[in-house]
Each structure stands twice: as C-alpha cells, then as structure tokens.
Design a protein around this ligand. Structure first.
Ligand code: GTP
Ligand code: MG
Length: 716
C-alpha cells in the first residue's frame, strides 16, 4: 500500500446515537471505494468494522474500529483537486450509551467528526453527547442524516431538530430526492445538480439537472448556503454582493474554510443500507474535511498528565517523531494490539522510539494499518496517520512514544468512573484461578472497567458503565479465556461520610514481654466537600510525633476509612488533621502508629455523626408522548426528582435525578409500562445523603450480608 503524506490523509470519527447506521455507513463507503467486493451488512454480521464476535452476536458496536478508503474525489461537489487519491481513515465508534466511553476516548484521534442522525428520530441524546466530544477535542463537526429510506423518515423534521439543538450553523448541503422507500439521492447545493443513485447499486450517482419541482426550493437553499459560507469571509462576501452568487470553486473552498473554522456544520443525506449518497459523501470527506495538519499544532507537556511546560508540535513530517496511543486491544491470539496516531514526524517500520510515559524503549516491529480486523503491514506512516502494532511489552493506552531527543507527553485520556457494580462468582475452582489473569487482559483494553475483591465478603466485584458493559465482559471472558462466571445483581456502591466534627485520641500501647509497642496520636476530623475523598493534613509542631511516623498515622486512617464504619462502605469526603501525639524512643514503630491512626479514626467517627451516601443517577427516558405522565409518576415513586421534560416530535424526553438503588429493576418496569416503546439512558451524577429510615435498612442489610458485625479488629 502507498504511504500517504499528511495532506492526503483524513481522520474521520463516525459517531452518533446508537443504531443510527454508523457501521452500515462505513460499510457502504468502503464498498463504494472498492475496498470490499461486497456490501457488508450489520444484519448479516459481515461489516468490516463490527468484527468482534460479541459485536456480531449483538449487532451493535462495542469498541471503536479502524478502516480506510482510498478515494480519488470524482468532482461530484466541484472539480476540486480531482485525481489524487486520498486515504480516509474511519473511526467507527459505538453509539450505545454504555459504550460511549470508548467513543470519547478514540475521538482523540479524529480530525473531524461526522455525526450520524436517524432520519426518523432526529437528534437523540447520543447525538448531543458526541457533539460535545467534538467540542471537547475542538474539531469540525458535520452531520449525515442516514436511514433516509426508512418508513416515517422525514427530512424536514430531522433537519429542524438539528438546527434547533445545534443552531443555524448546521447548513444543508443537499435536498432529498424522493422520500422513504422512494429516496433516490439528493440535489447537491454546491454544484446545483441532482445526484441520482440506484438503490443497492455501486454507490455512484448519475448526474442530472434539478427536477423542475425542486428548482425553487433548491435555489433558496443554495442561496442560504452561499450566504452562510460567505459570512465571516470579507473577500467572499464582496464577491457575493457583486454577483449575487459564488462560482462553484470559490463556494467549495469557502465551505472548506468555514467548516474547518467550525463556522459551518454541513448536513448531507444517505441511505447506508441501500448505498445511496455514498460517492457524494466520499467526495465531501476528501475535498472538504481537513487533513491532520490543519488542526494547527498538537499540544503536549514536558511531563505526563499535563504537568510541566507546554510543548507545541507542528503536525508535520519535518518535526521529531511523536506518537500517541489511543487504544489497546487484548487479542487472545495476536496478543496486545496498540492503536496509535502519528502526531509528528515519520514512523518507519522497525523504529525503536522511547516510551516517554514509562521511560523505556520499544521496538515497533511490523507497523500496520487496519481494515477492521485485518492488518496490512506498511513500511512507514506519515504525520497524522493512524496505525497499529502488535506485541508491545510495556506500552498502554494514553502513552506517548517518540524520538528520545525530543520528549513530549500528550494529554491522558479521560476515564469515566464506573456507575454500576456487579458481584461475579466463578463457577468452578478452575474458573476462580483463571479469573485474575484473564480480567487483567481485559482491563488493559478497557480503562472504564474496575475489578476488585471485597475484603469482607471475599466476593469478586466488576464495576462498569452499565449492565450491558458487564455482560459483554463476562461473555468475552467466557469466549476468549474460557472463564465462566455467574453474575449477581448489581450492588449499590454506597459510601460513608461525616456530618460533624470530632477530636479523638488513638493510643496503642502494649507492654507484654520483650519489645513494647507505643504510639499515640490526636486527630481532628472535619467534613469536606462532596467528591474530595480523604484529605490528610499534617499539623504536628515541635516533633510530638517524629516525621517518619506521620505517614504511618495517615496509612492507618486511610486503611480504616476504606473498611468503613457504619456498614463497611468506604468513608469519604473528610479531612483528618493530625495535630498532636506521643512517641517512645524504643517502643514506637510504623505498625504502632498505623494502629494508633486507625483507633483515632474509629473513635472520631463515633463523635462525627457518620452518615450514609448513595449515588444519584441522571436518567433520561425517551418514550411516545402519551406515556409521559406514567413515566414521571413512576420515577417520583422511586424517590426521583423530575428535572424537566421536553417534546421532540412525537417523543417525550423525561429527565430526572434518581437514586441508583431505586433503578435496579427499571428496565423491566419501563418495558411493561410502554409495551417496549421506550428507552432510557442513565449515568452517574453525584452522591447525596441517604434518608435516615432507608439508611437504617441499608446498614442492617449490609451487616447481614457480611455475616459479621463490621470488623472490630485492631490489625491494620
Ligand atoms: N433501511 C435502512 N436500514 C439501515 C440504514 N442504516 C442502518 N440501517 C440498519 O440499522 C441497524 C443499525 O445499523 P448499525 O450500522 O449497526 O448502526 P450503528 O449506528 O453502527 O449502531 P451502534 O454502533 O451500535 O451504535 C442495522 O440493522 C442496519 O441494517 C439505512 O440507511 N437504511
Ligand atoms: Mg456501529
């Protein structure tokens, strides 16, 4: 395969609400560009980008896949720079809310986002989410209204929902020809031609004059487009006022600039399943979407986690090599596969860059590009290109590698905290032995997953972003690593905190035989803001406790807090101020002060009005209008607070804040309440106090589950 230079590369993130047709769209673009010989279908499990067995089984995208089309623009939206092939890299991202973590993390590699919208549903909650990711990474955003052939597809309504939510800068580049099953293509408003496609054809249109019935509407839409493009560009504005229009080439160039400056969000139309609109869209990606260098400079730091001095890097071959790892896959056969973007310089096969994050060097043998699961070895990758390499030893997601003489660290990816925890039980003894190593591999590819063992109940706990997320992990463990687990109902991750202040002494003194043990500390406890965790403050003056034992006190307090006070849930959001103590030259030790810290903490908790905290979820329910009353009533009865509702077409969106503990069986209730016509999303919002009468029950139940009074032992 040809090595594409930066100017001939496009990195396009395909993102949107679940089931809008992202994977199908990538499939139709790959087929149209001749990258596949058959139009792969999601329903048949034959697309390039949904290749994982779980994805095929569930018919949804679970993790981002890479694919590419080599496409020479065919002049469909103006002559442009026709002829030269462009390599369009697609990042086909998940749309289901449970898997949006991965979407957010992988869009870091995109230089523009193409947001897929369902022609019947219009803008949905996922649409807004991915739009926000585009803003977070500061990249241009365009829309494709897909599924135009769908029954009840409605261009006007979908377009209206886009401009209502995202503003008038979302501008149509096309008007539809035909509707629902009769959808045949679109008027291109740049060239003012009709692009007519054969359904289930080769994805390339016949060019015709605009049908008379659409002439008037096309003219008006063309003028709007011209005006929007010219706005903000004085030279174009002048030309526009003089001539009343713009020549095609100026319009297309102006559009490119306005798009890249994020002044315009173009909207195009497709039917991915029937391969309508594909070539026009490929031309748009090649001719109007930015190449990686057009983002200006990449910004990193001299130290990891955005610490140290800021370093700017031009995204160009002429700069020193730097590559950023945005994803890791654990393949049971190929081993670890590392997905990266070349941020600057040229990466040659067999290079041995420094891993700046880990302080080691890695040999990159067999650098490759991905067409779904299929890897093709390449001799080199230029600045801006995306690639993978297998079997790196010490490189993980979020690492920066590069030329040893020019270190740089790109920002670490955002990791979402898990919002749901399940207990998993190994089915056999053999499963129990295998669970650790197997999960370890999955954790590497999925930073939003947490695995732990409850110290009291000895249960294995898997925490993730939703039930489906955990189910997929359990299925992967079974298929890839032959580990069988039973899933137990989710646990509410309660926490404990304090409402009042305390001042307590912890005294550990043992004088029996040989060496004694001695340590005394005085600690004040104070409530701290929600989300701050534990803050330990050393306020010792005059050496009442020697410096080297102070961390021991802190460890004792933290370990005790982790084990909980009321019901075994971690105690958070408090300050522990160590301000006095006593020691003994011979008998004091690390252990003695750990125990003293732990005793002071427990004593303090008794005075500090301990309280239970529970997670509250932000819930959005999407349902046909007529159910809105039932849905709100039900959420209120779950101790929910309704934050509002919004009507979009025939759909009502109810937004509420509800304790997680009350949402465990919600899916079942909602389905029976609406005959399966509603969906909902739920994400962690914040922690708040559990009302007293409920707290009592939770505490009793937690103690019963542990089969013991919460530990009273003194050992740390
Ligand atoms: N009729 C019709 N069906 C479509 C079209 N696009 C997608 N579909 C169907 O919609 C379903 C979902 O398509 P996908 O491509 O998996 O959607 P997605 O957005 O990738 O879904 P997630 O990745 O799970 O969010 C599949 O059954 C497709 O066949 C279209 O343009 N027309
Ligand atoms: Mg998909």
């Amino acid at each position: 395969m040809k090595a594409y230079e930066t100017q001939s590369i496009r990195n396009v993130g395909i993102a949107g609400h679940g089931d809008t047709g992202k994977t199908q769209l990538v499939s139709s673009l790959l087929f149209t560009a001749g990258m596949t010989t058959r139009l792969g279908k999601v329903t048949e499990g034959t697309t390039v980008t949904d290749w994982d067995e779980e994805e095929i089984a569930r018919k949804i995208t679970i993790h981002t896949s890479l694919a590419y089309a080599e496409w020479a623009p065919s002049g469909l939206i103006g002559k442009g720079d026709c002829g030269e092939k462009i390599k369009i890299n697609f990042l086909d991202t998940p749309g289901y809310s449970t898997f949006l973590n991965d979407t957010r993390a992988s869009l870091v590699a995109a230089d523009a986002v193409l947001i897929v919208v369902d022609a019947a549903a219009g803008v949905q909650v996922g649409t807004e989410k991915v739009w926000d990711y585009g803003i977070e990474y500061d990249v241009p955003r365009a829309f494709v209204i897909n599924w135009m052939d769908r029954e009840l597809a409605n261009y006007d309504r979908a377009m209206e929902s886009i401009t209502r939510v995202f503003g008038r800068n979302a501008v149509p580049l096309q008007l539809p020809i035909g509707s629902e099953r009769g959808f045949r293509g679109a008027i291109d408003l740049i060239t003012m031609k009709a692009h007519l496609y054969t359904p289930d054809g080769d994805g390339k249109p016949k060019i015709e004059e605009i049908p008379a019935v659409l002439a008037e509407a096309s003219k008006t839409a063309h003028e709007t487009l011209v005006e929007m493009v010219a706005e903000g560009d004085d030279a174009l504005m002048e030309e526009f006022f003089e001539k009343g229009t713009l020549p095609i080439e100026d319009l297309r160039k102006g559009l490119r600039e306005a798009f890249q400056a994020k002044r315009i969000h173009p909207v195009v139309l497709t039917s991915a399943l029937h391969n309508i609109g594909s070539a026009t869209l490929l031309d748009l990606l090649a001719d109007v979407f930015p190449d990686p260098s057009q983002r200006g400079t990449a910004i990193g730091h001299s130290e990891t986690a955005s610490k140290g001095n800021e370093i700017k890097r031009k995204i160009a071959d002429s700069e020193p090599l730097s590559i950023f790892v945005f994803k890791t896959l654990a393949d049971p056969f190929a081993g670890r596969v590392t997905y990266f973007k070349v941020m600057s310089g040229v990466l040659k096969n067999d290079a041995m860059p420094q891993n700046f994050t880990r302080g080691t060097s890695e040999r990159l043998q067999h650098i490759q590009v991905m067409q779904g699961k299929t890897a093709t070895a390449v001799p080199e990758l230029h600045a801006g290109d995306l690639g993978t390499v297998a079997k790196l030893k010490e490189t993980f997601t979020g690492d920066t590698l590069g030329d040893k003489s020019a270190p740089i660290h790109y920002p670490l990816p955002h990791v979402t905290e898990p919002s749901i925890t399940f207990a998993v039980e190994p089915k056999t003894r053999a499963d129990e032995d295998r669970i650790g190593p197997a999960i370890h591999k999955i954790l590497e590819e999925d930073p939003s997953l947490r695995f732990s063992r409850d110290p009291q109940t000895k249960e294995f706990l898997l925490a993730g972003s939703g039930q489906q997320h955990i189910e997929v992990v359990v299925a992967k463990l079974h298929k890839r690593y032959h580990v069988d687990l039973k899933l137990h109902p989710p646990k509410v991750p309660y926490r404990e905190t304090i409402r009042g202040k305390a001042d307590a002494e912890g005294k550990h003194k043992k004088q029996t035989g040989g060496h004694g043990q001695f340590g005394v500390c005085r600690v004040r406890l104070e409530p701290a803001a929600r989300g701050t965790g534990i803050e330990f403050i050393d306020d010792i003056f005059g050496g009442a406790i020697p410096k080297n034992w102070i961390p021991s006190v802190e460890k004792g307090i933290r370990a005790s807090a982790e084990r909980g006070f009321l019901a075994g849930f971690p105690v958070v959001d408090f300050k522990a101020i160590l301000y006095d103590g006593k020691y003994h030259d011979v008998d004091s030790s690390d252990m003695a002060f750990k125990i003293a810290g732990s005793l002071a903490f427990k004593e303090g908790m008794k005075q500090a009005r301990p309280a239970l905290l529970e997670p509250l979820m932000h819930v959005e329910v999407y349902a046909p209008d007529q159910y809105s009353g039932d849905i709100m009533g039900d959420l209120s009865s779950r101790r929910g607070r309704i934050n509002g509702s919004e009507v979009r077409g025939a759909t009502v969106i109810v937004k509420a804040s509800v304790p997680f503990a009350e949402m465990l069986n919600y899916a079942t209730t909602l389905t029976s309440m609406t005959q399966g016509r509603a969906t909902y999303t739920m994400e962690y919002s914040h922690y708040d106090y559990v009302p007293a009468e409920i707290a009592e029950k939770v505490i009793a139940a937690a103690k019963a589950a542990r089969g013991v009074e919460v530990e009273e032992e003194e050992h740390v």
